[in-house]
Design a binder for this molecule. Structure first.
Ligand SMILES: Cc1cc2nc3c(=O)[nH]c(=O)nc-3n(C[C@H](O)[C@H](O)[C@H](O)COP(=O)(O)OP(=O)(O)OC[C@H]3O[C@@H](n4cnc5c(N)ncnc54)[C@H](O)[C@@H]3O)c2cc1C
Ligand code: FES
Length: 366
């Protein structure tokens, strides 16, 4: 199908509204994507311009966003949406390049999760020319302005992406303070950006690269994070700001040590995996899924988990309350937000399924 696009359409908001109204019930962008998915009026999308298989279980894709893209700050994440079997799924990924990249493109490194829907799809189908949905960048895991005097970056596995972006950004800015990049992997073959990390460290006297391998013995350090690793990698850590992203075990060990050292305020963290803790004693009552005419005995788990356990497939992105893609309308009853502790008992309120538990009988529009 082809469609004539009036001249000057992109700049004329009035015409846009008119044409959108004519195109109801489909938004204009739904029609334009049939012509060229990268020509959009409102939607932010991105085209894959490069695909790189970096390690056996990770790929790096370069994206060229549409003109609506407002850029990002090192450490932030974007949401990428793909259609799988006719259903759109969205997940969060942290750009790993410098926020000052001149061509405005962004690079994502995606680890394949066993059984993972979107990461598995990207591994199989990402190719040059693929167009994906993109969100604007978000997240509070960022370098402060002005920059700290010294910076310690700690990552593990796929958690390398936001801190690598911080390293690349600081280097681009000519940052003169000390930077240590302490990265954990099973072995050298698992470090996706090894060559670049080495060349950054070689080219900049203030950048120190410390590789810790938990399985192989040929890294700078061996085994899991502990006080001796911190002392060896950055003996000056007490006067630095530390940025951390990695698997739960690494996150917990670093946080515990920083607490013990009285340095918790200097530690900044990004989680990739949900850390929502469901308290005991929230079971009871009935959870009704009004759009699906289904019901479940409230098990006390999050509404997202209970919906999934009932065979429903509500949309989700982060499963930890940051992306809002799981938001649905609560028709009646009371819910508790596990992040804020707040109770919500008004009818017809939007709630995030992944961080809310029902308190007694609840009806939710999914
Ligand atoms: C802020 C942020 C930034 C991120 N940045 C990156 C990044 O730069 N690179 C990167 O690789 N990843 C990143 N992630 C993780 C990424 O968003 C995805 O979580 C990851 O790619 C897995 O998604 P998936 O669709 O492949 O897996 P999913 O299908 O969502 O599954 C994830 C895991 O949960 C299990 N699971 C799925 N559904 C259920 C269910 N119903 N019940 C029980 N278990 C289930 C799966 O088996 C799998 O092990 C980031 C996450 C966040 C929150
Ligand atoms: S899935 Fe991201 S907020 Fe619920």
């Amino acid at each position: 199908m082809t469609m004539a696009i009036p001249r000057g359409l992109k700049r004329s908001f009035g015409i846009t509204r008119l044409v959108e109204a004519m195109a109801t019930p489909h938004a204009l962008d739904r029609y334009l994507e049939l012509v060229d998915p990268m020509v959009t009026v409102r939607d932010l999308r991105a085209e894959v311009t490069d695909v790189h298989r970096t390690t056996s279980d990770s790929i790096t894709v370069t994206l060229r966003p549409t003109r609506q893209w407002a850029g990002f700050e090192a450490g932030q994440f974007v949401q990428v949406g793909v259609v799988i079997d006719g259903v759109r799924h969205t997940r969060c990924y942290s750009p790993c390049d410098s926020q000052h990249r001149a061509d405005g493109r962004i690079e994502l490194t995606v680890k394949a999760h066993p059984g993972g829907l979107v990461s598995g799809h990207l591994h199989e189908h990402a190719r040059v020319g693929l167009v994906v949905d993109l969100s604007q960048a978000a997240g509070t895991f960022r370098l402060p302005n002005p920059r700290p005097a010294d910076v310690l970056l700690i990552s593990g596995g796929s958690g390398i992406t936001p801190v690598l972006s911080m390293l690349r950004t600081l280097v681009d800015e000519g940052f003169a303070g000390r930077i240590t990049f302490l990265h954990y992997a099973n072995a050298e073959s698992d470090v996706a950006q090894l060559a670049e990390l080495r060349s950054l460290a070689a080219a900049h006297g203030n950048v120190e690269l410390t590789l810790a391998y938990t399985e192989s013995g040929d890294g700078d350090l061996h085994g899991f994070f502990g006080p001796e690793h911190l002392a060896a990698a950055a003996p000056w850590h007490a006067s630095a700001q530390t940025y951390l992203c990695g698997p739960p075990g690494l996150m917990t060990s670093v946080a515990a040590l920083y607490d013990e050292l009285g340095l918790a305020d200097q530690l900044h963290r990004e989680e990739f995996t949900p850390t929502v803790i469901v308290p005991e004693g929230t079971a009871g009552g009935t959870l009704a899924f009004t759009a699906s005419s289904a019901e479940a005995e409230n098990s006390g788990a999050t509404i997202l988990e209970q919906a999934e356990a009932s065979g429903l497939t509500p949309e989700y992105g982060c499963r930890m309350g940051i992306c809002f893609s799981c938001t649905a309308v609560k028709r009646s009853g009371c819910t508790k937000n596990l992040l804020t502790g707040e109770l919500e008992s008004d009818p017809d309120q939007p709630i995030q399924l992944c961080v809310n538990v029902p308190v007694g009988d609840v009806a939710i529009e999914i």
